[in-house]
Design a protein around this ligand. Sequence first.
Ligand code: DAH
Length: 352
Amino acid sequence: MADVSIAVAKLEENLGTWLAMVKECDSLEKIDVVRRTLLGKSSPLITALGQLKELDASDKRSYGDRINKVKNSLEAAITDVQSEVEELLVQEKLQGETVDITLPFGSGRFGSMHIITQAMRRIKQYYQSRGFSVIDGPEIETSFFNFDALNTPQHHPARQSHDTFYIDGFEDVLLRTQTSCVQVHAMLNDGIPIRMVSMGKTYRRDATDTTHSPMFHQLEGLVVDRTPLSIGHLKSELVKFISYFFGVNDVAVRFRPSFFPFVEPGMEFDCRYSKKDGKVVFSQSGDRWLEIGGAGMVHPNVFKSCGITEEVYGFAYAFGIERIIMLRDGISDIRNLYSTDRRLLRHYGLPS
Ligand code: DAH
């Protein structure tokens, strides 16, 4: 009992010195040492707490309270100093990490735009310079935009030819199978006349091979006007674009009748070409024809579905962006375009 009262008095007497010791600490290591000295297992404070068990209940409480007061002020002081030191360390670290933006870059390798993005940006520039609007449409669509409004109602056989990814739990919501849906958005939202293109991803439940992928990009073009438009206008558009994209100036385009529900007449268009060093070269004098895309004059039912009642004329066309890149650059496997092999990317797009 006498021991305890002396020990407790000593703790209270030393508190001032100990608090000063704590305040002196300027590193986490010093704090650790001080914490172990003052509050560790063999510290005078913990020893005094251990002596309490010999006392009766009321002494236990009163000495216990006094010891805990000392303990609490030491703990509070240690916590304070610790957060001050930590804050200082953070500041120091931040200062040490300041980036000097005037330093030279060195010879680090930088990425570049993917070949598909590069192509889409070039196409965008071309169309914008010709006064077309370049618009985006949603990749997740309802069947209204992807099918119904494009004159492909519920039981139309053309629906089956597109193996569609439907969104789980929704009967009517799907990943668009074609960028033609953006035609519908344009007709519903923009006034006549329309001169637009849209580029983006489309999805079909296709098995992957050298020319197919369940995701690929399309370019869609649509022109609608009150003044009559003919297949001649459509052809001239296609010749201009293909000449630009492939960097040639005498492309021959031919149409073959084909069926797409949203155009009448519908057709596929081919370009005349010859092969040089394994690459396709378009020219008037080419000896073969290559299919490039689909096109046609907008079907009156599409205008009707989009609420256009006045007399208008329109043509539309589309082609696969991967396909024209592959033709231009002599890439024989579509999977190369989605590969992350740096050697391929460097060859086709990344600077080395
Ligand atoms: N949407 C069609 C497809 O993906 C391609 C197409 C054909 C688009 C004719 C058109 C068009 O705008 O007029 O198979």
